[in-house]
Design a protein around this ligand. Structure first.
Ligand SMILES: *Cc1c(COP(=O)(O)O)cnc(C)c1O
Length: 395
């Protein structure tokens, strides 16, 4: 046994039963599927903010870069710091706004910044001059999302400054779509037209940023807008909305798994869980699973959610606790302590709910469910079925 395999085997033995398993082959396959859907010239900025949508940023960054992404995107300086600390040297961009006092560190880490105000531009310029290096910026124009982004006039002022300042490397112009995950493309087409108009006006002045980018998951799937794309959710194999289907060969990468920790009988008339919200109408078997809302298993799933145990759908009985749930076991099921549980996720072939189904039960979107899987859930990575890496953020 090689030492790496040995290390993984022993780490697996000591691991908490509840863990998120991430199929790295699915991530690679998903980005390849998207690449084959786009022109060969399309470059990919893989969006791995929020700990790679809960999947774990470092192994996921490596998987996407190996499978053809050239850029990475995060939301905070801390997320970028973590990637750089793990010797990831690819361009990393922070998509949103940072505070001026964060500019120093961002520039020191060689992180591309999204600029939409003169104030942030000033801070980045000062950091670059102070450090004697070039800072990489993308000007963000607002075309209708009305969140972070400059109006076109301000964007143009920023672009002119970037062209003149030698310590600024003017990398990109970009915008972000408000509703590209909806069936009606009208607003997205309008936003894209505004971006093109600005790009053309700049070209007439001789302002040509290296990259012009706009496509999030939805637009990456259905549009043929050119330039670099910035997909997030769909690369994890989860549709961003009901209107955006996965491409045929794509599949979800993450499965939240656990094991039965105890089995017991609930008599007819007995209640289960805090505040006695659920009563049994008959004698039945139940199982304790060590997953709760502090792991990201949402409390809204109380008496609503279900899990897969040995291929059986097992309903959550009563309240979801912080660290545990209780599920009913069908009479015909053979369940003992240690039996494997699929809590949620996977490709829909088990009896467990998909991430989209859980989101619907909770009344939110799949983004919130995936990013809500907390740091105390270890992430286990597989290639070709074998465990290749384990990430325990609390270790
Ligand atoms: C999060 C984000 C994306 C990716 O969005 P998905 O819907 O996950 O594809 C792209 N661009 C920006 C600016 C973002 O904030």
């Amino acid at each position: 046994m090689t030492s790496a395999v040995h290390r993984i085997e022993s780490a697996l033995r000591g691991l908490r039963a509840t863990r998120a398993e991430v199929d790295l082959d699915a991530l690679s396959g998903n980005i390849r599927a998207l690449k084959s859907r786009r022109p060969a010239t399309t470059t990919f900025m893989a969006v791995i903010k929020a700990n790679a949508y809960g999947h774990g940023s470092v192994p996921v960054a490596r998987a996407f870069l190996d499978a053809g992404a050239t850029h990475l995107a995060v939301a905070t300086v801390g997320e970028g710091r973590r990637l750089r600390a793990h010797r990831i040297t690819a361009p990393i961009m922070i998509l949103g706004s940072i505070d001026p006092w964060e500019a120093d560190e961002a520039v020191a880490l060689n992180i591309d910044l999204a600029i939409a105000t003169h104030d942030l531009y000033d801070a980045v310029l000062a950091a670059a001059i102070e450090q004697g290096k070039q800072a990489r910026i993308h000007v963000k124009v607002d075309t209708g999302l009305k969140r972070y982004g400059a109006p076109p006039e301000i964007a143009t002022e920023l672009a002119r400054r970037a062209m003149n300042d030698e310590t600024i490397q003017f990398v990109g112009l970009f915008t972000h779509f408000a509703s590209s995950d909806e069936a009606d493309p009208a607003f997205t087409l309008d936003q894209h037209a505004k971006l093109r108009k600005l790009q053309d006006a700049w070209a007439a002045e001789g302002i040509r940023p290296e990259d012009v980018h706009c496509c999030n998951s939805g637009a990456t799937v259905w549009s043929d807008f050119d330039g670099m794309v910035r997909p997030g959710m769909i690369m994890y194999g989860v549709p961003p909305s009901d209107d955006i289907p996965l491409l045929p060969s794509m599949r979800p990468a993450l499965t939240l798994r656990s094991r039965v920790q105890r089995t017991f009988v609930v008599e007819s008339g007995e209640s289960v869980g805090y505040n006695r919200t659920w009563f049994s109408d008959r004698r039945r078997q139940a199982a304790l699973i060590p997953v709760g809302y502090a792991d990201g298993y949402r409390r809204e799933l109380s008496s609503k959610g279900w899990v897969d145990i040995s291929g059986h759908r097992c309903d959550v009985l009563g309240r979801v606790s912080m660290d545990q749930i209780v599920v009913g076991i069908p009479d015909e099921a053979d369940v003992t302590v240690g039996t494997e549980v699929i809590v949620m996720g996977g490709d829909g072939s088990s009896a467990a709910p998909t991430i989209e189904q859980v989101a619907r039960l909770v009344g939110t979107n799949p983004y919130e469910i995936l990013t809500g899987i907390t740091a105390r859930v270890p992430r286990v990575y597989r290639r070709g079925g074998a465990v290749v890496e384990i990430e325990d953020l609390l270790a």
